[in-house]
Design a protein around this ligand. Structure first.
Ligand code: ADE
Length: 257
């Protein structure tokens, strides 16, 4: 049976999933990461804290693929909104991902990954469909209703939505209104910004492994993003990750993926 690799940058993003793996989980320490092998919703999974940034995420994805032979990779976490219509509490499922800080001009065109001849890396189409279905189902569920009504006021979450499209990644936490405006005009298709997804998507492309990236919007990448991100991370993030990924894994089991 196939194995699903699940990565997140920070502990809070996978805390609930880790608890759900139960006491039979096997821990392996490789390259200063702990890989948790076990079952979630009946599926064989390897859960790992990748840490922050593209190098950390890429290194962890390679280990999942080569050491643990995972057949599917999913990254879950938070992101800052870039598109005007994307709001805190919305969920973005990547259809395609790009490294917004990659610039090897004049040798290669802006954003192009040298010697790979491409800037965008696609998520697996079936994963996009399934993750969006699970995110919609989660946001419409009673549990999400409870969680969101407890936090709605604090975060201004109102009628959260699921979007599929472009996620951009770079090795910087964007917390400046003018920086996000620059990103918006340079990359008008970008829905949100984070620090790992495109690196994981590139590794999955190179190894031919299907990849999915799921992000909950924690902030608007503006001057208060640092505070907004931290509050969202500690109070809300784990509910989204666990609620959506538990549904995803149950579907994978029933589809035999
Ligand atoms: N992850 C969550 N919010 C972010 C931001 N504003 N910039 C980069 N990564 C993020």
């Amino acid at each position: 049976m196939s194995t699903i690799g699940i990565l997140a940058a920070l502990q809070e993003e996978i805390a609930t999933l880790l608890t759900a793996m139960g006491p039979d989980v096997v821990m392996r320490h490789i390259g200063q990461r702990i890989y948790y092998e076990g079952r979630l919703s009946g599926r064989r999974c390897v859960l790992v804290l990748a840490r922050v940034g593209k190098v950390a995420a890429a290194a962890t994805a390679v280990t999942l693929i080569r050491e643990f032979r995972v057949t599917v990779v999913v990254f879950t976490g938070l992101a800052g909104a870039v598109a005007e219509h994307v709001r805190v509490g919305d969920v973005v499922v990547a259809r395609t991902l790009l490294q917004h800080d990659l610039d090897a001009r004049p040798l290669f065109s802006r954003y192009e990954v040298p010697l790979l001849g491409r800037s965008y890396f696609d998520a697996d189409a079936q994963m996009v469909a399934l993750l969006s279905e699970c995110a919609n189902d989660y946001l419409g569920s009673d549990l999400a209703g409870e969680v969101l009504s407890a936090t709605r006021g604090a975060f201004g979450i109102d009628d959260p939505k699921v979007y599929c499209g472009t996620i951009i990644s770079g090795d910087c936490f964007v917390c400046d209104t003018s920086a996000v405006a620059v990103l918006r005009s340079a990359l008008p298709d970008a829905l949100c910004v984070e620090m790992e997804g495109a690196a994981v998507a590139q590794i999955c492309y190179e190894y031919g492994v299907p990849c999915g990236v799921l992000r909950t919007i924690s902030d608007r990448a503006d001057d208060t993003a640092g505070i907004d991100f931290t509050t969202f991370l500690t109070q809300v993030a784990r509910f989204y990750s666990a609620g959506i990924l538990t549904r995803f894994l149950m579907h994978c089991s029933s589809q035999g993926r």
